[in-house]
Write a new protein. Structure first.
Lengths: 560, 355
């Protein structure tokens, strides 16, 4: 009987939710369009890959392509390489992140800020920039390589598995670092003070208090880095030296052999770990109990003791110098004839018509995608935070899932869906924009939802009390208050779109080449000078966009 | 001055949240130009009731009429009510001027008229010269004034204030009480004032409604609420009270109120012939009096500045007695034996206490 009653009350609630949902018809229609777009541009491509991997639509259901995967050591190796490299880079990134965070969260000195800036620098560069500089230094004709080889009489070069690992550590470090740092920053300093007050040394405090309390943040950072490294596409292509990796191999299967089915199987092995980790993060990893900061505490963490500092700073300095060295190499590579061989200054690498065209396309496409993603994220964030939308949990999950799907899988999925009827969108700029937009709307959504939770509903109630209808309230009150979330979504999407490759590489056509893809091609052909020059310009563009936004932030007082 | 009797009429309102009856059959008639307070402990339904009047919650049953118009089906934007929110809900991205202008623009009032009315409203709350400030550049009290001006400028028929003074410090609270009272008199405003502070309600209101568990416990003038609480809950919620259970007995032609432990002489009450009653005696009504008829021992002393509260043990029963400190410090020590005189007309609670 109570079951019956609870079912009735559920039905009644759903009915009243639906009534309320339709009471603002424009919002209802927008929500439905959004839901449709999320299904079409995020969910369907993934299912298309799964579908294709079973050979459906060509030959009917078959497991042949999976059999092929496990029987050919080459494909199987690609999985082992991808997993192995991802595990190793994740472990290294986590250790380095903890080391730098320990220092940066306890000091406001210039050195600390410099380390933080340098640690975040890789964010503005294409993910393969480190492959490029590694080749300049340690490639077959690298500056360091020639010294080593002539000294020790060996045939050393960076190409191969370990080259990929090093490039991944450098490229994905900022993502892990940001999460670890913010966890440590949000920790209440009194806990550490209490530990030392009770007689623990700083080592002991770090091991027994700081690290256990940062555990969730560190786990999150590690999982995120792992997912990104697993899906890494460009580093294996440039510096992998022919070693197979899942994402690059899937790409070669599509482009070289038109073997979409086999590529889809590789895609499935890419997506399964990502999906598991995504679900684990969303539903199982719970950090609510470890939110230790409460209210305002004037205290700050004690500075590191000499003993701890020596260890931490040695690691930090080595790593940060290495990052900077990598960037210096690219800049030098851009401005000299042939780095290491003919070091005369030149601007010839910048005289590259195709390069500038691709840069223009990239800026245009990324800008449009960023505007779209930020707008959709803001709208969706408002609707999800305030309106009774049936099935909104599922939609939110799917939106965020878009962030977790490896780019290669999404790219193959887009090819499968939008190549033929009824869309025929392959090769169009529109499809590239849609791809970039929908892969990233999760960020704008998250930012907007969390911002909405900070805005008291009384703000909207006041507006309606003063006579304003729901749409006007949205435009006049909610949108201005959500502008920080809009800007956050915009910056993130723009920066990542400018340097993204793995997904859009499947969608470009002659005339719609993108800068990152173009640089990748140059790097693959070891045309270091031109690749460096274009990378340099790309970095300058991304950096100046960020500078511009910081300026706007200062001017308007809108915090980003 | 006073307008018509049933200006705002709430009839048999109900509101459920799941199984909780937040508002349970409440009917109130509010006069034009009246300031009426809703008080009660948290969860009593006072804010829910206010939000139903403003249109932010929809009642499950019942009706509301304002100036003879039914308003209970209208969304908030169409109700002639103005709400001042607890956190003021000023739009942080707009200046004071823009905040006040917001509702006028929606009403499509022309620019010259807007300017005039904004000026007027800001003058009413004494905020001239603050037009270009952002809310973040104002103090709490100033924000409060803006929130009020933002409502007043639209000339609402009823002003709804949701714990408006709870975020202000004690001194400012006093000043704003006076301000609200002044505005109400000047503009003949009808105001509903929600608060959990009983002292605030007593000092500001024409009438007070005490709520508990979604029902009205008492609706009356402040002095009547204090002096003649309708039940034990009201007696305890509004001010402090000694509540003595006992009965009235006739001895030699005199009437005595007898508790189980002691008794004192009272006048024959006109409103009861009940034998078993509860007597509500406010602590300031009991006098420390060398001629007093009851003797007790001081168990505890709490010094409060303008008065001292003594907890006096009379035959094992503890009684609160407040003594006004007209001459500085209170003059008694702990364990002193003292005499007390009780008022001869205590307030008797007749009905069974609703627990």
């Amino acid at each position: 009987m109570s079951n019956e009653a609870s079912r009735q009350s559920r039905t009644a609630k759903l009915a009243s939710d639906l009534r309320q949902f339709w009471s603002e018809p424009w919002f209802a229609i927008l929500t439905m369009i959004l839901a449709g777009a999320i299904l079409l541009f995020i969910v369907t491509p993934v299912f298309a890959v799964l579908y294709k991997s079973f050979g459906m639509d060509a030959s009917g259901f078959t497991l042949d392509y999976y059999r092929e995967f496990f029987s050919r050591t080459y494909y199987f190796d690609s999985m082992m390489n991808s997993l192995g490299a991802a595990v190793i880079s994740t472990i290294i990134v986590v250790i380095l992140s903890v080391s730098i965070s320990l220092y940066v969260t306890r000091s406001t000195s210039f050195v600390s800020r410099f380390y933080r800036g340098a640690a975040l620098l890789p964010l503005v560069a294409p993910p393969f920039i480190f492959s490029l500089s590694l080749i300049i230094l340690f490639g077959r004709n690298g500056i360091v390589t020639s010294v080593i080889n002539s000294t020790f009489d060996v045939e050393f070069s960076i190409y191969g598995f370990w080259g990929v690992v090093i490039a991944q550590v450098l490229g994905y470090f900022p993502i892990g670092y940001m999460l670890v740092e913010s966890t440590m920053r949000n920790m209440n300093p009194s806990l550490e003070h209490a530990s030392s007050d009770l007689g623990a040394s700083q080592w002991k405090t770090i091991r027994k208090v700081t690290l256990p309390l940062s555990q969730t943040g560190i786990t999150k950072a590690g999982l995120l880095v792992f997912v990104m490294a697993l899906a890494d596409f460009s580093n294996p292509l440039i510096i992998g030296g022919g070693e197979p990796f899942l994402a690059s191999e899937a790409y070669l299967l599509v482009v070289g052999q038109q073997n979409l089915e086999q590529a889809a199987v590789l895609g499935v092995f890419l997506i399964v770990p990502s999906l598991i980790i995504f679900i684990f993060q969303t539903y199982i990893l719970d950090d609510s109990g470890l939110e230790t900061i409460s209210g305002e505490s004037g205290a700050s963490n004690a500075p590191l003791s000499r003993r701890v500092k020596t260890v931490v700073m040695t690691i930090n300095t080595l790593f940060v110098s290495f990052i900077i060295l990598m960037f210096v190499m690219v800049v030098l590579g851009a401005f000299v004839k042939i780095i290491g061989i003919n070091n005369t200054f030149t601007l010839e690498h910048f005289q590259n018509r195709n390069g500038w065209d691709s840069l223009y396309t990239s800026v245009f496409v990324s800008f449009v995608a960023a505007i779209l993603a930020a707008t959709i994220g803001m709208l969706q964030g408002y609707l999800f935070a305030r309106k009774p939308i049936p099935g909104k949990k599922a939609l939110e999950f799917l939106t965020l899932f878009g962030l977790a799907v490896p780019g290669t899988v999404m790219g193959i999925g887009y090819v499968l869906i939008f190549n033929g009827s009824p869309f025929f969108l392959t090769g169009t700029v529109l499809l590239i924009v849609l791809n970039m937009t929908f892969r990233k709307i999760g960020v704008g959504l998250e930012a907007s939802i969390s911002k909405m939770h900070q805005i008291d509903t009384s703000m909207e109630e006041a507006s309606s009390d003063l006579g304003s209808g729901p749409y006007r309230t949205f435009g006049k009150v909610v949108v201005p208050l959500l502008s920080p979330a809009f800007i956050a979504g915009f910056i993130y999407t723009f920066m990542t779109a400018m340097v993204s490759i793995s997904s859009v590489i499947f969608l470009i056509a002659p005339g719609t080449n993108l800068a990152a893809v173009y640089i990748l091609n140059l790097a693959e052909q070891a045309r270091v000078g031109m690749a460096s020059a274009m990378s340099f310009v790309l970095i300058v563009i991304v950096l100046s966009c960020m500078g511009l936004l910081k300026y706007i932030e200062k001017k308007t007082g809108v915090s980003i | 001055m006073s307008g018509h009797e049933n200006f705002l009429k709430l009839s048999h309102l109900y509101k459920y949240f799941g199984d909780v009856k937040a508002v349970n059959d409440i009917s109130i008639d509010i006069e034009q130009g009246e300031l009426i307070s809703f008080i009660g402990p948290s969860g009593c339904g006072k804010t829910t009731l206010l939000r139903i009047v403003g249109g932010f919650h929809k009642q499950d049953q019942g009706s509301i009429t304002l100036d003879d118009q039914a308003i209970d089906q209208l969304p908030p934007e169409q109700r002639p009510t103005g709400m001042v929110f607890q956190n003021y809900a000023l739009f942080p991205h707009m200046t004071v001027y823009k905040n006040v202008e917001y509702g006028l623009k929606i009403e499509k009032v022309d620019k010259a008229e807007r300017e005039k009315r904004i000026k007027e409203a800001l003058a009413q709350v004494q905020l001239e010269g603050y037009e270009e400030r952002k809310p973040s550049e104002l103090s709490g009290g100033q924000q409060q004034r803006v929130a009020i001006a933002r409502c007043l400028v639209l000339k609402p028929k009823v002003l709804l204030l949701d714990e408006p003074l709870s975020n202000l410090d004690a001194n400012l609270r006093m000043i704003m009480r006076e301000e609200i009272r002044r505005l109400k008199e000047e503009l003949n405003l009808t105001i509903i004032f929600v608060t959990h502070d009983q002292e605030e309600a007593l000092s500001i209101s024409d009438r007070v409604i005490v709520l508990k568990d979604g029902t009205v416990q008492q609706l009356d003038r402040p002095d009547n609420i204090y002096n003649e609480p309708s039940n034990e809950f009201v007696a305890n919620f509004v001010g402090h009270a000694n509540i003595l259970s006992g009965n009235l007995a006739e001895v030699d032609g005199d009437t005595y109120f007898k508790t189980g432990k002691f008794s004192f002489k009272v006048e024959q009450p006109s409103n009861t012939t009940n034998q078993d009653v509860k007597a509500v005696i406010r602590p300031e009504r009991i006098k420390l009096d060398p001629e007093g008829q009851l003797e007790g021992k001081i168990a505890r002393i709490v010094y409060n500045g303008n008065f001292t509260r003594y907890f006096v043990d009379i035959q094992g029963e503890e009684i609160m007695v407040d003594d006004f400190n007209a001459h500085g410090l209170g003059s008694y020590q702990r364990n002193d034996q003292i005499k007390l005189s009780f008022p001869d007309q205590p307030h008797y609670i007749l009905e069974e206490d609703v627990q």
